[in-house]
Design a protein around this ligand. Structure first.
Ligand SMILES: NC(=O)c1ccc[n+]([C@@H]2O[C@H](COP(=O)([O-])OP(=O)(O)OC[C@H]3O[C@@H](n4cnc5c(N)ncnc54)[C@H](O)[C@@H]3O)[C@@H](O)[C@H]2O)c1
Length: 295
């Protein structure tokens, strides 16, 4: 594999593009919004600068990484002649199904089609293409340049050959791929989201405040970040979408999103990306301070 297309330049897409480019792959970063592409490249540059200042990469590495990335607003142009597509667009079923229908039309059969979805069925995505055996989940974790895990999700029809090749590719990126089957939430979010939802429910029930809940989990359970802060980093809209997929998929009330989460998303309080969630990130640049703890 030489050329990789990444669809979506948001929180995850720019991180995925960064990691492939830093490992020598040519990356076509595609987004419908030019503004997202500009912000994505700015974020990659900022993250490379941080790595440079810590002596983890050289100026030459930074230059080569940035040179390996080209940006596109037209999907058809961006996926021309690529070996792999990693879709990291907004977590919305219709958006993803439309993207995969188009990918199936415009990509050569050799191209593997992967999705970074947090919860949407890989089997359902594969079923809108004529190559479900070549459709797979490649679920990177946030922040992508730092987190080691890639959850590899096999859809009902995903072939062994495609699974093996994506497992090997993930290792070449310095990641640890872990194979799981395709059920709502896969493994990572099936376990993580009920914890986050319960933390929000605990706040909603006024058992304790935001900082108290996070402190209990950080210092009591040795979590590197409290669940409410983690929700802010993931994006409250993304958390809500994942919980809805699990609630619909299992028909089990234990996955019902907390009303406070629903309200916050409706009010546009999405966490770090909107400058406000359970914490306020606007004035004090708290987000950067917290991110620095992980570097
Ligand atoms: N945020 C996380 O922590 C996290 C972790 C793992 C996986 N994911 C998954 O990664 C995916 C992306 O999430 P995110 O948090 O980066 O979202 P985001 O909102 O930060 O970015 C989504 C980007 O997709 C773009 N987009 C929307 N429709 C598009 C289309 N048709 N073609 C091209 N670009 C399009 C948007 O302009 C935006 O820039 C989702 O499937 C999400 O579930 C998120």
């Amino acid at each position: 594999m030489n050329i990789i297309a990444v669809i979506g330049a948001g929180t995850m897409g720019n991180g995925i593009a960064h990691v492939f480019a830093q490992n020598g792959y040519k990356v076509h970063l595609i987004d419908i919004a030019q503004d997202s592409l500009d912000k994505g490249i700015a974020t990659i540059t900022k993250n490379l600068d941080r790595m440079l200042s810590k002596g983890r990469i050289t100026t030459e590495n930074k230059k080569t990484t940035l040179n390996n990335i080209s940006t596109f607003t037209l999907l058809k142009e961006g996926v021309n002649n690529v070996d792999l597509v990693v879709e990291a667009a907004t977590e919305n079923l219709d958006i993803k199904l439309n993207i995969f229908r188009e990918l199936d039309e415009v990509c050569a059969y050799k191209t593997i089609l992967a999705s970074n979805t947090s919860s949407i069925s890989i089997t359902q995505i594969g079923a809108v293409t004529n190559r479900p055996e070549k459709v797979i989940g490649m679920h990177f974790m946030n922040p992508v340049p730092i987190m080691k895990l890639v959850e590899i999700i096999r859809g009902y029809s995903t072939s062994d050959e495609v699974t093996n090749s994506i497992m090997e590719l993930s290792k070449k990126l310095g990641k640890t791929p872990t194979e799981v089957n395709d059920y709502p939430g896969f493994v990572a979010n099936r376990i993580l989201m009920p914890m986050i939802n319960e933390a929000i429910e605990t706040l909603y029930n006024k058992v304790a405040g935001v900082e108290e809940i996070d402190t209990v989990m950080k210092l009591g359970m040795a979590h590197p970040m409290g669940p409410l802060q983690l929700a802010d980093f993931i994006g409250l809209d993304v958390c809500l979408s994942i919980l809805k997929v699990m609630y619909d998929g299992f028909k089990n009330p234990k996955y019902a999103p907390c009303p406070l989460l629903v309200n916050m998303v409706m009010a546009g309080k999405l966490g770090v990306k909107s400058d406000e969630g359970f914490y306020d990130y606007s004035a004090s640049k708290k987000a950067e301070k917290v991110a620095a703890q992980f570097n």
